[in-house]
Design a protein around this ligand. Structure first.
Ligand SMILES: [Zn+2]
Length: 139
């Protein structure tokens, strides 16, 4: 179960996970539900699906308050908040076409985090700013 997703972003999280309902996953989605801490939130319950580390990193970019709860036998077996690291490496590309990280050179794209809610990433090479919509386009 992925809890405390930024309201309105559960469907984007499903897209990150590559879940479109056609491969038979059992998914429940709650969008814009009341929450004590955040006023509103989205929740996803996905059966029998473990998240890969790079999927968790992508979720952190668009839902930095999300928590990932593993539920076994109707009990919470583990609970972990996603983490937005101060530097984002290799997950997304800079969308400035003339950025050196988009040239033929073997440079890994790297971004500093200017803000988390909403997300604002600054390219370490050209200073270009990437916002949530720009990031979502790459997922
Ligand atoms: Zn750049």
């Amino acid at each position: 179960m992925i809890d405390h997703i930024t309201p309105g972003f559960a469907l984007d999280v499903l897209k990150i996970l590559g879940i479109d309902g056609k491969s038979g996953e059992v998914v429940s989605t709650a969008i814009n539900v009341e929450s004590k801490h955040l006023h509103h939130k989205d929740i996803l319950k996905i059966q029998d699906r473990e998240l890969k580390p790079n999927e968790v990193d992508k979720i952190a970019l668009i839902a930095p308050n999300a928590t990932i709860n593993i539920i076994r036998n109707f009990e919470v077996a583990s609970k972990k908040a996603v983490e937005l690291p101060p530097t984002i490496r290799g997950i997304i590309k800079c969308d400035n076409p003339s950025c050196i990280s988009n040239s033929m050179e073997p440079i890994k794209p790297e971004f500093g985090v200017d803000g988390s809610e909403p997300i604002r990433l600054r390219c370490r090479y050209c200073g270009h700013i990437m916002e949530r919509e720009d990031i979502l386009q790459q997922f």
